[in-house]
Design a binder for this molecule. Structure first.
Ligand code: GDP
Length: 326
């Protein structure tokens, strides 16, 4: 008679079942100049219409428009796995004539989410914390320029230690393959020169199969991803309907790896790196924030300084904990 197997080998299944039951939540931010195809790409990535109710401001309103932060939620299910996706949009970014410091609301927003998490973690109901921290920021770069503009550099520098940045070149159908490669190289060089840290893909485990390793290497080489978005289904471009953009000279297929990096980006976000983006947010970016908070509590002289301040200020500016009394 076959004995029923009892052992630790079933542990991964247990963990898997538990995680699947709980579902995943993920917060994705999109930033970059208006008109670079952000909303279209998000709708194409998640096959939804998240921007149905969007009102586009007139050019005259945009002259002095300030950046706002908008949050939208959608639940996605694929293969029985549910992901609660929160999308954080930053309309108005770089729109006004004077863009100096226009990225500050984004920095504050990201820090507020850390602050909320730290407060919840220190509170009574730690088990049911709603994680609203931003796990990833897709930053859109124009295909029409010659690399990163000063505004791009300023924004990326302001947020690179607070969020996982994934740079993407929007509307990549404007570029020939050679031009796309040159622009990618230029952006990679600029990021290095400016010492901007973007999301670092983890190394592949040595026991992964060769196919996975090849895909992973290709994905890493594609950064910044050159993407094309479209929600239109084209029926006459080949044997099966595809999502694409029709021009008089032909069709750009969104999911064709010879046309753009959309599939690599989607695979990475949805299939392979979602959990890693969350872990890096928690273990590295949030820990950095938390350490800075604790240091500001423990810094010698903090008490003397705080006692001189108004009572409202005698709390840590980051986590709002009362400063230590001795
Ligand atoms: P957003 O302001 O960055 O959200 O940009 P939208 O997604 O609203 O797109 C602005 C315009 O560009 C729309 O007319 C889109 O149809 C068009 N568009 C979106 N994605 C692409 C793309 O990949 N290539 C091209 N050529 N046009 C695009």
């Amino acid at each position: 008679m076959d004995k029923e197997y009892v052992g630790f080998a079933a542990l991964p299944n247990q963990l898997h079942r538990k995680s699947v039951k709980k579902g995943f939540d993920f917060t994705l931010m999109v930033a970059g100049e208006s008109g670079l195809g952000k909303s279209t790409l998000i709708n194409s990535l998640f096959l939804t219409n998240l921007y149905e109710d969007r009102q586009l401001p007139a050019a005259s309103d945009r002259l002095s428009q300030t950046l706002t932060i908008e949050r939208r939620g959608v639940e996605i299910e694929e293969g029985g796995i549910k992901v609660k996706l929160t999308l954080v949009d930053t309309p108005g970014f770089g729109d006004s004539v004077d863009c100096s410091n226009c990225w500050l609301p984004v920095v504050h927003f990201i820090e507020e989410q850390f602050e909320q998490y730290l407060r919840d973690e220190s509170g009574l109901n730690r088990k049911n914390i709603q994680d609203s921290r931003v796990h990833c920021c897709l930053y859109f770069i124009s295909p029409f320029g010659r690399g990163l503009r000063p505004l791009d550099v300023a924004f990326l520098r302001a947020v690179h230690e607070k969020v996982n940045i994934i740079p993407v070149i929007g509307k990549a159908d404007a570029l020939m393959p050679k031009e796309a490669q040159a622009l990618k190289q230029k952006i990679r060089d600029q990021l290095k020169e400016e010492e901007i840290n973007i999301y670092q893909f983890p190394d592949c485990d040595s026991d992964e199969d060769e196919d996975f390793k090849r895909q992973d290497a290709k994905m890493k080489e594609s950064i910044p991803f050159a993407v094309v978005g479209s929600c239109e289904v084209v029926r006459d471009s080949g044997p099966r309907p595809v999502r694409g953009r029709c021009y008089s000279w032909g069709t750009v297929e969104v999911e064709n790896p010879h046309h753009c990096d959309f599939l690599n980006l989607r695979r990475m976000l949805v299939q392979t790196h979602l959990q890693d983006l969350k872990e890096v947010t928690h273990d590295l970016l949030y820990e950095g924030y938390r350490a800075r908070c604790l240091q500001s509590l423990a810094r010698p002289g903090a008490r003397d300084r705080s006692s001189r301040r108004a009572p409202r200020r005698s709390r840590c500016p980051c986590c709002r904990w009362p400063r230590q009394r001795s």
